[in-house]
Ligand binder design. Sequence first.
Ligand code: NAI
Length: 245
Amino acid sequence: MGLLDGKVALITGASRGIGKAIALKFAAEGADIAFTDLKVAPETVSELAQTGVRVKAWESNAASFEDTARVVDEITREFGRIDILVNNAGITKDGLMLRMEESQWDAVLTVNLKSAFNYIHAVSPVMMRQRCGSIIGMASVVGLHGNAGQANYAASKGGMIALHKSIAKELGPRGIRANCIAPGFIITDMTAALPEAVRNEWVKTIPLRRGGTPEDIAGVALFLASDLSAYVSGQVVNVCGGMAC
Ligand code: NAI
């Protein structure tokens, strides 16, 4: 018996990194997996298929309203239901404010925040018909505390928190929960792009003295997706090794 037996999970940006770890964790607990990415990684599809659950991936841009509506329609027809939505797709385009270009601001806000609007907008009618669902937004500790050089990213993640809290209030009466995870410093391709010296400095500020792993995030996502958290909604769970407390 898995914690997610009989459930269907939709995860955005799950070809690699945190999204992939969440998909693998959910599959190991019995959920059928629909995932999206700008580019679908065939090895992720086959790793997921090896768990024995049903898996299908869609190549699509989460920032596109039309693309999202089409993908959610196809997933609903293919899988019959959507129990869990993880708004995970995200990017960084860091820079200090004086040097930040309008295009950097627009790209990060569109991919990180508008994408979550697109998916919640498309999925909530399905969850409302089912009278149940769990929506999880991938925020960040910088969405709570801000970060120099990441005004665009921090604003997008603060927006994610406000969006999911609002949905918790709006759709709670329909049996739908919405929560956010706020990861700290997690070792993925996204953070590998930072210079080694910067990464080492980050680790010194973390009480647990290590960067997090995608699996550290996946464990909390499993809790929020499953009925273990049946009375948890509108919350932000920091997963940051004690960095943001
Ligand atoms: P990653 O860069 O390793 O993976 C992101 C995935 O999203 C990639 O597969 C990428 O192709 C996909 N993606 C990007 N734009 C997309 C779009 N428009 N449509 C569909 N898919 C798209 O990043 P990582 O580290 O796994 O991050 C996942 C989420 O966690 C992001 O929202 C990120 O902001 C958040 N996060 C990550 C932290 C970290 O330290 N790695 C810390 C806090 C939050």
